[in-house]
Design a protein around this ligand. Structure first.
Ligand SMILES: [Fe+2]
Ligand SMILES: [Fe+2]
Length: 693
């Protein structure tokens, strides 16, 4: 333990955020303590300068009375005030000035202690939890300081006298003698000042690198689904994620054409800056065939010593479709580090079936883990995770949640016998912001972006740098176009994102089309557009989904289970309607709103819904798409089928639109507060979209 402590202090490695917290602690401590001392000296000086009693009245703006005015007005207080006024001394201008400056000094000192942490955290400079830890006790300390140390001595003595029901004689005496409370209680004052000073240094030290993680089993203090860990607690409880000389995670993501390219991501020890990736399509030993190779220079993770590693993302292209590849990893000193296998997806001309697994709001919970074996059985071509992936809230100190999660997928890949590519949409808990906040996110400081390149750049030649990584992108998976969208975190719904969605949908018109994003348009929780209004994506995304006959849309965020009927809102729909699946409950605690809402399906758009943890298995063949929802027990709780020919290349409308409208009208009869009929609203939505275009 002692050795550990010594090691901890000798190797304390402050990261960027922590440096700010540390600087902040030092600066604010110096600033606040200086102000407190100057104010105290000023106050003391002023008390001495007051000299002997005078018959002149004490000005009412004297700090004594300003403070006294805050106390409940009652008869003894009035008596005291009158008494003090009668007996008080004349206050020279200089004395008043010193009192005033002292009061301002105290005020600034308190402000420094109590307000700055919240300002720093709102600017994203220190973690919010650190700010919380700093601000609450500082505020309590501030109140204590005001009451027992900095408050006018008369007030303190007055309170004491009141409590002890004694006379006001000590008040008079103390005031005339110019005593201050810190003179009366020097030990208490010194103790308080020392504790405050130590506090501003120790708290940031002990709380630096704080992470409040949801669901992931923790290396700190756990409260229900939450775990608080700090660099301090992790130092003693967490193993180094990537020891030197080793690879700790291998996983794959995809570029645009999944039949001809793949992105292999490797986390390796902090001594493996350069990685040599050798790959061949043959099974067996690489040297039997002429291998291809790529070298990678890694990105160094320097969050804390336990997290240090190099992250390599290598773009392998010009691959053959539906082909198994063996890939081996070597250090720049030709040391063998590990290997993996991956299989490219079939091309759109192949008659191969494709299986996708999709869900959202996963995390490293035991429930998420439970689904892994069901996924292994499905042997999917890709896994789509619709945001809120590990609930790190964009806090880089929560890196260990990603390690835990990648460990789960590492086991899954081992069981499947190859790397199953991941497609990940961004969610609020991946960034630490809500939709439409549009706060600037530093992609270098965000592990969602740093760990998961999901598209290529420069005409499919390389992996994007962190700053170039987009929150919306597409993948072609056999005969399927899968679009991942940003539901308002870094990009607005309309504008560029919708234009891009239109372009890409048009380009792949003849493909089966799906989209996934985090925040749902048709939330399974209190969904009643006639009461609460329509999401603006009605005007931007839905017309595109319908124009290009998207078959399935995967929504998340609400922690429920839902499937809508096929829905059509615009005249552009030529197919049976778009079906929306969701709502992201792959391991998180389910939302209770389904039970709290007396009529959760008031619009009638939901064919199935409930408060159920689940994932969706999507099987795409040449002729149909089969969706199955699987619950925690591995049971199929919903099954739904679509014929591809009803969507692709069809030019005739379907009756499901009328059916849906009828359902919506029947179920919401008399609910519209604005008196508009549903037809009007939908017509208006359509015409406003036309105008917008
Ligand atoms: Fe969530
Ligand atoms: Fe969410």
């Amino acid at each position: 333990m002692a050795a550990n402590l010594a090691h901890f202090f000798s190797t304390f490695n402050l990261n960027y955020t922590e440096k700010f917290a540390y600087d902040y602690a030092i600066k604010t401590t110096v600033w606040a303590v200086s102000l407190t001392l100057i104010s105290t000296i000023g106050n003391s000086l002023a008390n001495k300068m007051r000299g002997k009693p005078s018959t002149k009245g004490l000005p009412l703006q004297h700090p004594t009375f300003t403070a006294l005015d805050d106390i409940e007005y009652d008869i003894p207080y009035v008596e005291l005030k009158r008494y003090l006024q009668k007996q008080s001394i004349a206050q020279p201008i200089l004395l008043q000035l010193i009192f005033l400056l002292s009061s301002i000094g105290y005020f600034l000192a308190y402000l420094t202690y109590a307000v700055i942490p919240s300002i720093l955290s709102s600017l994203g400079i220190i973690p919010i939890f650190l700010s919380f830890l700093l601000t609450i006790p500082i505020s309590v300390g501030k109140a204590c300081f005001l009451l027992f140390v900095a408050c006018p001595p008369e007030l303190k003595l007055f309170i004491k006298a009141r409590l002890k029901k004694k006379s006001y004689a000590p008040v008079r005496k103390a005031y005339w003698q110019g005593r201050c409370v810190y003179k009366l209680y020097p030990f208490a004052f010194k103790l308080f000042a020392s504790v405050l000073t130590l506090y501003t240094i120790l708290i940031p030290l002990v709380t630096s690198g704080s992470c409040l993680a949801y669901y992931t089993p923790g290396y700190g203090t756990s409260f229900d689904a939450y775990t608080l860990s700090t660099q301090f607690s992790r130092f003693f409880t967490l193993e180094k994620a990537c020891p030197e000389g080793r690879i700790c995670h291998i996983y794959s993501t995809l570029a645009e054409d999944a039949s001809r390219s793949v992105i292999i991501n490797v986390h390796a020890g902090s001594d493996i800056e350069n990685l040599n990736v050798v790959y061949t399509k043959e099974n067996g030993w690489i040297d039997e065939e002429e291998p291809r190779n790529k070298s990678s220079k890694g990105w160094f993770v320097d969050i804390e010593r336990k997290a240090q590693r190099y992250v390599h993302s290598v773009y392998l292209d010009n691959l053959e479709p539906n082909t198994e590849y063996n890939v081996q990893f070597f250090s720049d000193k030709h040391k063998y580090l590990g290997d993996a296998r991956f299989v490219t997806l079939p091309s759109n001309r192949m008659e191969a079936n494709i299986t996708l697994v999709t869900g959202g709001d996963s995390s490293g919970s035991s429930k998420t883990f439970k689904f892994m074996d069901y996924i292994v059985k499905e042997n999917p071509n890709a896994i789509v995770i619709g945001g809120d992936i590990v609930y790190d809230n964009g806090n880089i100190n929560c890196y260990y949640c990603w390690d835990y999660y990648l460990g789960l997928f590492g086991e899954l890949n081992q069981k499947v016998g190859r790397l199953v590519p991941l497609i990940l949409a961004v969610g609020n808990h991946d960034l630490g912001i809500n939709s439409h906040q549009f706060r600037e996110i530093n992609k270098n400081e965000n592990l969602f972006f740093r760990f998961f390149p999901q598209h290529s750049v420069e005409n499919n030649t390389r992996v994007p740098e962190n700053e170039e990584r987009m929150a919306y992108f597409h993948h072609v998976l056999g005969n399927t176009l899968h679009v991942t969208l940003d539901s308002g975190y870094l990009n607005k719904f309309g504008g560029k994102q919708t234009e891009w969605l239109s372009e890409i949908s048009k380009k792949y018109q003849k493909y089966v089309k799906f989209a996934a994003y985090h925040n749902p348009i048709f939330s399974g929780c209190y969904f009643n557009p006639l009461e609460y209004g329509y999401d603006s994506r009605f005007l931007s995304w839905i017309p595109v989904f319908e124009k290009y006959n998207y078959m399935g849309i995967f929504e998340n965020h609400v922690h429920l289970f839902k499937r809508t009927f096929p829905l059509s809102f615009t005249n552009k729909n030529k197919g049976p309607g778009v079906v929306y699946f969701g709502d992201g409950a792959w391991g998180v605690n389910e939302n209770n709103c389904y039970y709290e809402d007396s009529n959760p399906n008031i619009t009638g758009i939901f064919a199935k819904m409930g408060s159920i943890n689940h994932i969706w298995i999507v099987k795409i063949s040449a002729s149909e798409v089969q969706y199955s929802a699987i619950n925690l027990q591995g049971e199929v709780i919903d099954s739904y089928k679509q014929n591809i020919k009803d969507y692709i290349g069809t030019t005739t409308g379907s009756s499901s639109k009328t059916k849906f409208l009828k359902k919506l009208q029947d179920s919401t009869k008399g609910k519209s507060s604005k008196g508009n009929s549903n037809k009007d609203i939908l017509k208006n939505l359509d015409s406003s979209f036309q105008k917008k275009k």
